[in-house]
Design a protein. Structure first.
Length: 113
């Protein structure tokens, strides 16, 4: 929820405190509308990308994704995107942004109360 609040509030400095300095963001090709998956490394670069996705953050909600706290967004009642996060203590070390239907179907997603 801190990640989501930082992005929604456009609080770049707060977001940086949540990310490991060497964080890796990997996004399905469908997310970036590219022919290949996107890989971005480093807290500043990942935070910059996250801030550009504020419109998606508005509709995202915390959820358990593969047993770990992550984020999900739905479209017309269907899971549309998931952020699968990996943590090291209090920082996020990896974010996998999943949008391809076959990858979404393989995720175990549960709603947080």
């Amino acid at each position: 929820s801190a990640y989501l609040a930082a992005v929604r509030g456009q609080d770049f400095d707060r977001l940086l405190t949540l990310l490991h300095p060497d964080v890796l963001l990997r996004a399905d090709a469908l997310v970036g509308r590219t022919a290949r998956p996107v890989h971005v490394r480093g807290a500043t670069a990942v935070a910059t990308r996250a801030m550009a996705a504020v419109a998606r953050a508005v509709v995202a909600a915390p959820a358990l994704v593969n047993g770990t706290v992550g984020l999900v967004a739905t479209s017309r009642g269907q899971l549309a995107i998931a952020l699968v996060m990996t943590y090291d203590h209090a920082t996020i070390t990896r974010i996998d942004v999943v949008a391809e239907p076959q990858h979404l179907a393989a995720l175990d997603v549960g709603v947080l109360a």
